[in-house]
Design a protein around this ligand. Sequence first.
Ligand SMILES: NC(=O)c1ccc[n+]([C@@H]2O[C@H](COP(=O)([O-])OP(=O)(O)OC[C@H]3O[C@@H](n4cnc5c(N)ncnc54)[C@H](O)[C@@H]3O)[C@@H](O)[C@H]2O)c1
Ligand SMILES: [Zn+2]
Length: 339
Amino acid sequence: MRVLEIKGKTGRSKICVGEKLINLPQYLPETKTVIITNEDVARHYQQDFPPVEVIIVGAGEGFKTLDTAARIYDRLISMEADRSAFLVGIGGGIICDLTGFVASTYLRGVRFGYVPTSLLAQVDASVGGKTGVNFSGYKNMVGVFSQPEFVICDPQTLMSLPPEEHANGFAEIVKHAAIADSGYFEYLEKETGSGIELSLDVLEKIIYESVSIKASIVNRDETEKGERRKLNFGHTFGHAVEKTTGIPHGKAVSIGMVVAAELSAARGMISGKDVDRISNLLSRFNLPTKMEGNKDTVLDALAKDKKREGDHIHFVLLQSIGKAVIEPISLAELEEILK
Ligand SMILES: NC(=O)c1ccc[n+]([C@@H]2O[C@H](COP(=O)([O-])OP(=O)(O)OC[C@H]3O[C@@H](n4cnc5c(N)ncnc54)[C@H](O)[C@@H]3O)[C@@H](O)[C@H]2O)c1
Ligand SMILES: [Zn+2]
């Protein structure tokens, strides 16, 4: 097991990569603990949970709401959970975001930790202190920054994750390497020849490297005033694709990363060969690298993007594989690339 730390203004977080779910009791205080999980994860792992009260919610974005949060508050009240209570979210990114949000608002904040069980949650959602719920059709519209006390990343739990869910995690993994670490990018090119069928050792190494990158960025810019925006590589365009086509987040971000790489190449920052390396690595994880959906609809959605300034959008581009920069891009330049 290897441990990484987030030292933020909104709390400290100890991220234990390679720790086991069954060792969770070692991390819990003596006070009342309540586990929040969903029906899928409970089906696979409830037998490994410590003997504490468990709240099971439904699976899917439709349950990441204030209504579900309200139902959890009700259950906590009926369990007589007071300010000394400790909440643990065990599940994918939805459960982590929801648990962090409930814990940070119930009784003005109680202590909490996560056991992320999806690849995306282990390398991304559980790290960095963003918590929240969807509201009125908008994703993550209501939430707070708040750090879980611990994050237990047990790669063994990924063995039951449906194969299509792995791709969502790999999109963020390729992103981390592309924006911050060329050596890690080369490692992925070398070690992931067989795509998502990876050994537990390789998976653990990948989770550790990705969490290190995200943690070090968050440690420099916890509340996304500057550097943390680099983690949006592929996401500006990706969100527009996701919104207009409804394809999964990882696939949309994959397309977004290729577009951002092509924009970087058009500006002479990286070579065409580098763009190919990025697309080839993404393809190995069954991620799409060609535009899906209608270009005009996507451009239209981008034109409405809240991050737009005049006719420019701030885009994360690559100076080289392993180094990201944020630059304004005009809608016209983007349209040119999409042709
Ligand atoms: N807080 C952040 O910084 C941050 C970052 C990225 C994403 N997110 C959020 O994370 C969410 C997406 O997370 P996700 O991709 O993990 O989706 P998810 O939570 O829906 O999990 C994916 C699916 O896999 C199932 N599952 C999870 N672990 C399993 C396991 N071990 N075995 C079998 N099935 C399992 C879940 O029930 C679900 O059906 C989004 O809501 C997104 O907004 C947050
Ligand atoms: Zn993402």
